[in-house]
Design a protein around this ligand. Structure first.
Ligand code: FMN
Length: 276
């Protein structure tokens, strides 16, 4: 057995990490990470689905050498895990995106950088190695094209197109907390910061509240793009033809994230022609 060098207060499991995060983070940041949309039924159902899974081990098998590596969506990973794209990781802790990507590299699993990251596509590729994937939110077609080109140029080899946010969810905790970007320094925000000095100090030392880094250099000449950025709403018209356009720009692996059911086919149509 390897010796575990740990502090008595080090968290041992996800539940304990959650307790620690709740203590360390301002309420509105914790709720942004911890919360779901509306009555949070999806969150509960996901947990219940995992709880239903049980292992059925085969005994009296030589397991002195164990190997969790597996093929994962066409690549190889050291375990059937990846770090899902998470927006605003840098608001949870300074350089959050970079730290996560480096941890994934050490663990030899893929890391997916969110469109809504606090470090740019290019900077992450410069500061972390490993299997880096880029997740695309389509706010506007022209903006999507720019992001896809940047990810390609920066050396990402897997593009993950998120298609389950045509409209932003009704996240009630965020609405109640007045959590919105850019974070405005309201009395509530300031008080939350004062009550969580380690978080505030860490952020301040790193240059303050981080921006949505991938949009900092977006094409300012396109008024429609600027409007889309200001609204922070997805392009709700995004459908199969738009996906095809992105597919044509991306010569490598492309994953569509958020599919819950097969498309409805037109009677007599081939599989490649889902109903619009
Ligand atoms: C704090 C947070 C931020 C997220 N941001 C994104 C995002 O920017 N893009 C995206 O496609 N999914 C995003 N997601 C969804 C995750 O990628 C993932 O699909 C979801 O959390 C379900 O996986 P889980 O059950 O392991 O949490 C986010 C999830 C969380 C908790």
């Amino acid at each position: 057995m390897p010796t575990l060098h740990r502090h008595r207060s080090d968290p041992l499991n996800v539940k304990e990490f959650r307790t620690l995060a709740r203590r360390r983070l301002p309420r509105r940041i914790f709720d942004y990470v911890d919360g779901g949309a509306e009555d949070e039924r999806g969150l509960v159902r996901n947990q219940v689905a995992f709880e239903r899974l049980t292992f059925s081990p085969r005994r009296l098998v030589d397991v002195s050498h164990r190997d969790l590596s597996t093929r994962l969506l066409g690549g190889i990973a050291s375990a059937p895990l990846l770090i899902a794209p998470m927006g605003l990781s840098g608001l949870v802790w300074p350089r959050g995106d970079i730290e996560l990507a480096r941890a994934a590299e050490r663990a030899q699993i893929p890391f997916i950088l969110s469109t809504a990251s606090n470090v740019s596509i290019e900077r992450l590729a410069g500061e972390a190695g490993g299997d880096l994937w880029f997740q695309l939110y389509v706010l506007h077609p022209a903006l999507a094209d720019q992001l896809v080109a940047r990810a390609l140029k920066a050396g990402y080899r897997t593009l993950v197109v998120t298609v389950d946010v045509p409209l932003n969810g009704k996240r009630e905790r965020d609405a109640r907390n007045g959590f919105a970007l850019p974070l405005r320094y309201t009395p509530g925000v300031l008080l939350d910061g004062l009550l969580h000095p380690r978080w505030s100090y860490a952020l301040m030392r790193d240059g303050g509240v981080p921006e949505l880094a991938n949009f900092a250099s977006a094409d300012a000449s396109n008024v429609e793009v600027q409007g889309a950025l200001l609204r922070r709403q997805m392009d709700a018209s995004f459908a199969w033809d738009d996906l095809r356009r992105i597919r044509d720009q991306w010569p490598h692996r492309l994953i569509v994230k958020g599919i819950l059911r097969a498309p409805t086919m037109r009677p007599g149509a081939s599989n490649s022609e889902p109903m619009a």
